[in-house]
Design a protein around this ligand. Structure first.
Ligand SMILES: Cc1cc2nc3c(=O)[nH]c(=O)nc-3n(C[C@H](O)[C@H](O)[C@H](O)COP(=O)(O)OP(=O)(O)OC[C@H]3O[C@@H](n4cnc5c(N)ncnc54)[C@H](O)[C@@H]3O)c2cc1C
Length: 232
C-alpha cells in the first residue's frame, strides 16, 4: 500500500465541531481515486501510531483532496486532527475502499447523516459534472439546520441539475425550519417513490445504517442493491 504525506492547505468550520479540510499530497503530482473512497490517516499519539479512515469529500482534483471531520470529544485521533493548522502535514494511505458508485450508474438514492455526507459530496459532484440522465436523490438528516453540512451547495446542485433532488430533514428543528422533519427513516417511502429499480447508498454511524437497511428489507428491497459504509 502506498503512503504519502498530505499538507493541510485550508480549513473552515462547517458546523459546531465539524470542519472541512483541504489537503494536498506532497510526494505526488496527483492523487487518483474513485469518488466514495477513503484515506487512512495515521497520527502518533502517546508514542503509538493510530490510524483512522476518512472518506474523501471532494471529486478528483489533481493533488488535492478534501475531508469533512467531526470532532469526537473523547476520541483519540479526531481531536488531534482539529489541532492541525495550514502548513501542517499528516500521513495518509493511498485512497482505499469499495464504497463507490456502481457502473453503469442506476437511478440512485444516497442516504446520510452527519459526516456520512462526505463520500456523497465527492460522488455527486463528480457524477453530475460528468453528466448523467439518471435520477439521483440525496436524503440527508441532521439535528439542527446548522448541522446540515454543505446545505447551500446541494441546493445549488439541485437547481442546476433537474435530475438531482436534495431532501434534507431535521430531527430537532427550531421554529424557523419549514422543511421536512424527523429521521431519514421517516422519508424512505418518499425518496423511493414506489420504485425498486434503484441503488441505495447509505453512509454514517451504524445505528442509522442498520436501521435504514432493515427498513428497506422490510419493504422487500433487494439487498444486493443496498450499498453501505459504517463509520463505527
Ligand atoms: C470507511 C470510514 C470512513 C470514515 N469517514 C469519516 C469521515 O469522513 N468523517 C468523520 O468525521 N469520520 C469518519 N469516519 C470515522 C473515523 O474513522 C473515526 O472513527 C472517528 O474520527 C473517531 O475516531 P477517534 O480516534 O477520534 O475516536 P475513537 O477513539 O476511535 O472513538 C470512537 C467513537 O467515536 C464514534 N464515532 C466514530 N465516527 C464518528 C463520527 N463521524 N461522528 C461521531 N462519532 C463518531 C464511535 O461511535 C465511537 O464511539 C470513517 C470511518 C470509516 C470506517
Amino acid at each position: 500500500m502506498q503512503r504519502y504525506h498530505a499538507k493541510l492547505i485550508a480549513l473552515r468550520e462547517l458546523a459546531p465541531e465539524v470542519r472541512h479540510f483541504v489537503f494536498e499530497v506532497v510526494e505526488k503530482d496527483r492523487v487518483d481515486f474513485t469518488p466514495g473512497q477513503f484515506v487512512s490517516v495515521t497520527e502518533r499519539i502517546g508514542g503509538r501510531d493510530i490510524t483512522r479512515a476518512y472518506s474523501i469529500a471532494s471529486p478528483p482534483d489533481g493533488k488535492r483532496f478534501e475531508l469533512c471531520l467531526n470532532r469526537v470529544v473523547d476520541g483519540l485521533v479526531s481531536p488531534h486532527l482539529f489541532d492541525l493548522r495550514p502548513g501542517d502535514s499528516v500521513r495518509v494511505t493511498e485512497p482505499l475502499g469499495y464504497f463507490v458508485p456502481r457502473r453503469p450508474l442506476s437511478d440512485s438514492v444516497f442516504i446520510a447523516t452527519g459526516t456520512g455526507i462526505a463520500p456523497f459530496r465527492s460522488i455527486l459532484h463528480h457524477v453530475l459534472q460528468e453528466g448523467t440522465d439518471r435520477r439521483l436523490t440525496l436524503l440527508f438528516g441532521a439535528r439542527y439546520e446548522a448541522r446540515l453540512l454543505y446545505h447551500e451547495e446541494f441546493e445549488r446542485l439541485a437547481s442546476e441539475h433537474p435530475n438531482f433532488q436534495f431532501v434534507p430533514t431535521l430531527s430537532r428543528p427550531d421554529d424557523s425550519w419549514h422543511g421536512r422533519t424527523g429521521h431519514v427513516q421517516v422519508h424512505l417511502d418518499g425518496v423511493l417513490d414506489g420504485s425498486r429499480d434503484l441503488d441505495v447508498y447509505i453512509c454514517g454511524l451504524k445505528a442509522m445504517v442498520n436501521d435504514v437497511r432493515a427498513e428497506l428489507k422490510r419493504r422487500g428491497f433487494d439487498r444486493k442493491r443496498i450499498i453501505y459504509e459504517k463509520y463505527d
